[in-house]
Design a protein around this ligand. Structure first.
Ligand code: GYE
Length: 326
């Protein structure tokens, strides 16, 4: 199976090489007859249900694609990710893929990879580098759109309200693309109704414990919270614990909107404790392996590959849950 696709990759690379006048990586990765592609993957961490599902998807897809995967977990620290990327460069892997924990501060290490002629693929999260030649493509969700969908639902939901709707926001990891973009999209959407007001906003670092702690502080300082917008399911699940501990009913006294739609989030949505979830798919593995093969074959790949996603109401979650994979 892999041999067959390797032949196809080699044939495609030969065409691409003549067409574009050469490129080192394709020759080195497909040079030996049975040489497996080696991918170095620098993961963010294991902070959420989304992340665990994403790691599983990457690992399983590498196996299926016959790609030798070197995997590292940065425990949500940029310095660890930079170290991992440098070690992949030293090991002369064929391709590096990574999900940048934060958006800024990548130019130096990406330049090192480029100088070593190792192509880089961004997956899940973006970098803010002005030099787009530092990476081949970016595969992942449109986070601004996700935030917008969350805000639009709330606008619809609040139509009948006569009073101010007090929103607290539990942001994702400070400086990360999903935190920046989801905030931006949500704020843009709720502008449609001046009744909707964000009264507090803080990072819960995309974790359940972070969401719980932030929500506890919000509840202490604000007696009148109507809505929680959490940047991921895990933070929302943490907020539920804090709300229940404060003697309030999540989903009723305080409405909750989250993003991801992992199984635990969908279970809470179906149980009425969350009110709406915007889907963010972690199943990026197959597309990532595909893009890596294409890049190494010298084929042109789109600059941006956007994941397709949906949204879930409580009823839709109940229907979707039995077949939810993650
Ligand atoms: O929403 C969150 C995870 O980058 C899209 O990271 C990802 C986010 C996801 O920790 O649960």
């Amino acid at each position: 199976m892999f041999k067959k696709s390797l032949v196809a990759v080699m044939a495609a690379s030969a065409i691409a090489l003549t067409a574009c006048g050469g490129g080192g990586q394709a020759a080195s990765s497909t040079g030996g007859a049975d040489k497996k592609i080696v991918m170095g993957f620098a993961q963010v961490g294991a902070e959420s249900g989304w992340r665990s599902a994403n790691t599983k998807s990457v690992q399983e897809s590498a196996k299926e694609a016959g790609i030798d995967l070197k995997f590292s977990d940065a425990q949500q620290k940029q310095e660890n990710q930079i170290k991992a990327i440098r070690s992949y460069i030293q090991q002369k892997v064929d391709v590096i893929a990574f999900s940048p924990v934060v958006e800024s501060g990548w130019d130096t290490v990406l330049k090192e990879a480029k100088d070593a002629k190792i192509p880089v693929i961004l997956t899940d999260r973006a970098v803010d580098s002005a030099d787009k030649s530092l990476y081949k493509t970016f595969l992942g969700s449109d986070f601004v759109l996700e935030g917008k969908k969350a805000g639009e639902w709330l606008v619809g939901e609040s139509k009948a309200a006569t009073d101010t709707v007090n929103i607290v926001e539990i942001q994702g990891t400070t400086g990360s693309a999903p935190a920046n973009d989801r905030k931006e999209g949500f704020e843009a959407a709720i502008k449609a109704d001046p009744k909707l007001k964000i009264i507090a906003s803080q990072s819960g670092d995309f974790t359940r414990s972070g969401g719980k702690q932030v929500m506890e502080a919000f509840l202490k300082n604000n007696p009148d919270i109507d809505v929680v917008f959490a940047h991921n399911d895990d933070e929302g699940l943490g907020a539920i614990e804090a709300i229940e501990a404060a003697g309030k009913v999540p989903g009723k006294d305080i409405k909750i909107i989250t993003i991801d739609a992992v199984k635990d989030g969908m279970t809470a949505l179906s149980a009425g404790k969350i009110n709406y979830i915007v889907e963010c798919s972690p199943l990026l593995g197959t597309q990532l392996m595909d893009l890596a093969k294409k890049v190494l074959a010298g084929e042109t790949v789109p600059e941006r590959v956007v994941t397709e996603e949906t949204t879930f109401t409580q009823e839709q979650a109940t229907k979707a849950l039995p077949t939810r994979q993650y």
